[in-house]
Design a protein around this ligand. Structure first.
Ligand SMILES: Nc1nc2c(c(=O)[nH]1)N[C@@H](CN(C=O)c1ccc(C(=O)N[C@@H](CCC(=O)O)C(=O)O)cc1)CN2
Ligand SMILES: NCC(=O)N[C@@H]1O[C@H](COP(=O)([O-])[O-])[C@@H](O)[C@H]1O
Length: 223
């Protein structure tokens, strides 16, 4: 048996909120030189209508999915907080025994509670985390530039005002402070005079689809 075949596959959990085109990039890269010896064992969405859930279900083989929305959770669990929700998401993730967690358009700011459960500082149920599980995030802007939501639109607006000539995308480690974790892969994307927001977004998404695979492979290789 080849050494690769003998190695158990690295387990990836992906968190999404929307279309899932970056999830699809990961699915398409599985077990190619771009992302060898890996499998996506769970896709979690905080939005029921996220098309990424369909992409997971239509993958070959189908990828298990889970859905949990903050609003639904707090409504169904009176008195529970956002941190309780984050702990519940962490439990769902940890049950899948991931080697890495990838935020691919996950539009929810995670509290320290989630991060403590993933890195072993806190233990939930009887699933101890023996080694910190890396959590990485795809962000459509450069380090320290346009942190937070709607980054693409804000970057484009800055370009139209002549404030910047380029933006880009990055994948970074997830820490409590949003989009302030260590950059893992950074790619600049130049604006072209007169181009529409849609044209820029298309360029940017194509770059995202590459760097999310590159960053995932990079982190898995470090384990
Ligand atoms: N602790 C961290 N959590 C998250 C990070 C991070 O770096 N640290 N990255 C984000 C992803 N993201 C930008 O890359 C981002 C996503 C969502 C938001 C945001 O304002 N979310 C609102 C809800 C918005 C909505 O539901 O449409 C919120 O959570 O209240 C900011 C940045 C993922 N999490
Ligand atoms: N701040 C986080 C953020 O804005 N993430 C962005 O959500 C989109 C998800 O697309 P997808 O659902 O098609 O993968 C991507 O453009 C990603 O950069």
């Amino acid at each position: 048996m080849s050494s690769t075949a003998a190695q158990s596959k690295r387990r990836i959990v992906v968190l999404i909120s929307g279309s899932g085109s970056n999830l699809q990039a990961l699915i398409d890269a599985l077990n190619t030189p771009a992302l060898p010896n890996a499998e996506i064992v769970l896709v979690v969405s905080n939005r029921k209508a996220a098309y990424g859930l369909t992409r997971a279900a239509q993958a070959t083989p189908p990828i298990p999915t889970a859905y949990l929305a903050l609003a639904t959770y707090v409504k169904q669990n009176p008195g529970k907080t956002r941190e309780d929700y984050d702990a519940e998401v962490a439990k769902i993730v940890l049950r899948a025994k991931p080697d890495i967690v990838v935020l691919a358009g996950w539009m929810h700011i995670l509290s320290e509670t989630f991060l403590e459960l993933l890195d072993g500082r806190k233990v939930v149920e009887d699933t101890p985390v023996l080694k910190p599980i890396p959590v990485i995030n795809l962000h459509p802007a450069l380090p320290g530039q346009f942190d937070g939501a709607s980054a693409i639109e804000r970057a484009y607006e800055a370009f139209t005002k002549g404030e910047i000539t380029h933006s880009g995308a990055m994948v970074h480690r997830v820490v409590k402070d949003v989009d302030r974790g260590e950059p893992l892969v950074v790619r600049e994307v130049a604006f072209v005079a007169g181009e529409s927001l849609e044209a820029y977004e298309t360029k940017l998404h194509n770059v995202e689809h590459e760097i999310i695979v590159e960053a995932t492979k990079k982190v898995l290789e470090e384990l």
